[in-house]
Design a binder for this molecule. Structure first.
Ligand SMILES: CCCCCCC/C=C/C(=O)SCCNC(=O)CCNC(=O)[C@H](O)C(C)(C)COP(=O)(O)OP(=O)(O)OC[C@H]1O[C@@H](n2cnc3c(N)ncnc32)[C@H](O)[C@@H]1OP(=O)(O)O
Ligand SMILES: NC(=O)C1=CN([C@@H]2O[C@H](COP(=O)(O)OP(=O)(O)OC[C@H]3O[C@@H](n4cnc5c(N)ncnc54)[C@H](OP(=O)(O)O)[C@@H]3O)[C@@H](O)[C@H]2O)C=CC1
Length: 267
């Protein structure tokens, strides 16, 4: 379904990290269908290049480059490549990330550091490099961080990831204040359960075959999310319609984080 005009983001240039797969791919596609030119990135060159070909076939102007967001030099290469390709950057979506589920008493120091490094440090490196380009351009810009719905509630089994995402949340609120004078907006969204290959490999396989049905039972709207629903939200936040929104965190989880509600109902 097409919600936004194909001109909404015309002449805008967007970088989507982890844009070759799952949530990032769908967000990138929706930004592209709304007129943005895209640079998608991830560690696996063949994956981002295959997605680029799909987008080109849809008429979306797209470039792909492999980047490990944990490596500041590679991150700077991503920014330089985007500016060389399209002349500017207007939108950044920090989507790359993930974790492995494990009891907290069993997470090794190396495992903890790996998840913190990938999610928190990597997100900062990309955010800083792109914001410097926004400041140089003098155009402002919109940054959206893909976090998790249970950011404030906690989630047993992924303490490292929840810690990292809360780190991003704190960083985002601070940068929204620091960079408001440059008209750089920075927001976060918290997805509940969205079925992707990555999620199934990393989470569902470890948590058991019925993981998805079990989580779905706790969702008041009674279903998992549709990937395009994330694409629409990020497109909105990246657009002029959201020009007065910064430092905010929006949960998109079918009401899952509301819990089961009161057991006593007075009617
Ligand atoms: C109510 C709503 C419910 C919603 C639920 C869904 C919530 C979230 C879903 C998602 O996030 S879906 C995204 C799916 N994709 C991913 O999660 C990608 C995951 N992978 C990565 O991001 C990286 O691979 C990594 C986990 C950051 C690890 O990268 P790295 O290359 O640095 O790892 P290594 O060098 O191989 O290992 C370092 C260290 O970490 C330990 N480790 C790594 N993977 C695992 C694992 N699967 N299980 C256990 N331990 C792992 C590894 O053993 C190393 O530690 P030591 O052995 O040296 O102590
Ligand atoms: N699916 C869900 O229900 C939920 C997902 N999320 C979050 O949404 C995001 C996308 O998840 P999803 O699409 O489901 O899963 P994916 O595994 O498909 O997405 C992760 C993406 O990030 C990229 N990536 C990971 N580490 C790096 C790195 N160091 N440098 C560059 N790219 C990297 C991966 O590409 P590559 O491996 O090629 O580097 C991949 O494209 C993640 O941050 C996830 O934690 C949050 C809540 C719920």
């Amino acid at each position: 379904m097409k919600i936004f005009s194909e001109h909404l983001l015309r002449e805008k240039v967007a970088i989507v990290t982890g844009g070759g797969t799952g949530i990032g791919k769908q967000i990138a596609q929706e930004l592209g269908r709304s007129g943005a030119k895209l640079v998608i990135t991830g560690r696996r060159k063949e994956v981002v290049e295959a997605t680029m070909q799909e987008f080109l076939a849809l008429g979306i102007e797209t470039r792909a480059i492999s980047t490990d967001i944990r490596e500041p030099q590679q991150v700077q290469r991503l920014v330089d490549y985007t500016v060389e390709s399209f002349g500017r950057i207007d939108i950044l979506v920090n989507n790359a990330g993930g974790q492995f589920p494990k009891k907290s008493e069993e997470i090794s120091p190396n495992g903890w550091n790996a998840v913190i490094h990938n999610n928190l440090n990597g997100t900062f490196y990309v955010t800083q490099a792109v914001a410097k380009q926004f400041i140089k351009q003098g155009t402002g810009g919109a940054i959206t961080n893909i976090l998790v719905s249970f950011l404030h509630r906690g989630a047993p089994g992924i303490a490292h990831s929840v810690a990292a995402r809360n780190g991003i949340y704190g960083m985002m609120r601070t940068l929204a204040l620091e960079w408001a004078k440059h008209n750089i907006r920075i927001n976060g969204i918290g997805p509940g359960l969205f079925v992707t290959e990555g999620m199934q490999e990393e989470m569902a396989s470890a948590a058991g075959a019925h993981f998805i049905e079990q989580v779905t039972q706790d969702v008041p709207l009674g279903r998992t999310g549709k990937l395009e629903e994330l694409g629409w939200l990020v497109t909105y936040l990246s657009s002029p319609a959201a020009e007065y929104i910064t430092g905010e965190f929006i949960i998109i989880d079918g009401g899952n984080s509301l819990g089961r509600g009161l057991t006593f109902v007075p009617y």
